[in-house]
Design a protein around this ligand. Structure first.
Ligand SMILES: Nc1ncnc2c1ncn2[C@@H]1O[C@H](COP(=O)(O)OP(=O)(O)OP(=O)(O)O)[C@@H](O)[C@H]1O
Ligand SMILES: [Mg+2]
Length: 255
């Protein structure tokens, strides 16, 4: 979308609890600039929670996440939730969700313009131009006037990706962004993601699309029960998993 150099993201011994429930248990791994990592694993394993910890949307009790030069630190009980650096980090890494989360009362173009306009980063006219370029980039240059309800799921998701790109992030966190889509619409969204990868963005993709993960991801990280149980090059983990829990998960998914 724009020439961006990717961002290094390091997850260092992150532990997260909801009340007594241990949701992330001492998770560590590093993502190099421009790398695409697929995060896979059974439901409830902690994938969405980990994405939210990476961009400071939810606090965690132990460890740290480093995103470029920023550190999202653990909060202890006495501090309010959230993180001083959360807003900085969210400018550097965008996030896209399964259910699109577009503003229903704004057109596609206005949805994409919203964040740059809100933070006063660019003049209105420039925001509109940037938004139009981003819509063209996701194949929706002629649908800027449409409201979300007038767009297909795949089109809405592409608007959501364009919206995430409007802050010109250097990384993108995607949480099952094709799960709500028909197979054909999945394809058009996955194509956009592959282009962002070509552009050099750092991508973290939570996905159940194992074929896509194998093709597009450089590395696969498997989370189960809050633990990182396996990681490695995507073809290796997917074709030849070493850990029984990974084997079981993949065989059920592919059955
Ligand atoms: N806000 C919350 N309050 C309490 N518990 C939560 C909250 N959000 C998530 N959890 C719990 O944390 C655990 C991990 O949830 P998470 O959504 O991260 O899993 P996931 O791997 O994304 O699963 P799925 O594949 O179903 O999306 C689950 O046990 C879930 O019930
Ligand atoms: Mg999830």
């Amino acid at each position: 979308m724009t020439a961006s150099s990717g961002l290094a993201i390091t997850i260092d011994r992150v532990t997260k609890r909801y009340a007594d429930r241990l949701v992330l248990d001492d998770i560590s791994f590093a993502i190099t600039p421009g790398e695409t990592v697929a995060l896979i694993g059974p439901s409830g394993g902690g994938k969405s929670t980990l994405l939210r910890c990476i961009n400071g949307l939810v606090p965690f009790e132990e460890g740290a996440v480093r995103v470029g030069e920023h550190t999202v630190a653990a909060t202890n009980g006495s501090r309010p939730s959230g993180n001083a650096n959360g807003a900085d980090v969210r400018r550097l890494v965008g996030m896209v969700f399964q259910d699109f989360r577009l503003f229903p009362h704004l057109t596609a173009l206005e949805n994409v313009m919203e964040a740059p306009r809100r933070v006063g980063q660019v003049a209105n006219g420039d925001a509109a131009q940037l938004a139009q370029r981003l819509l063209e980039r996701v194949g929706l240059g002629d649908r800027g006037d449409a409201y979300p309800r007038q767009l297909s799921g795949g089109q809405q998701q592409r608007v959501a990706i364009a919206r995430a790109m409007a802050m010109q992030p250097r990384g993108l966190l995607c949480d099952e962004i094709t799960s709500a889509l028909d197979p054909e619409l999945k394809h058009e969204v996955l194509e956009v993601i592959e282009e962002l990868k070509q552009d050099g963005l750092t991508l973290v993709l939570v996905t159940h699309e194992i074929g896509f993960a194998r093709r597009a991801a450089d590395r696969v990280v498997v989370l189960a029960g809050g633990k990182l149980i396996e990681e490695g090059p995507s073809a290796q983990v997917i074709d030849n998993p070493q850990v029984p829990r990974t084997q079981q998960f993949l065989s059920r998914l592919l059955a």
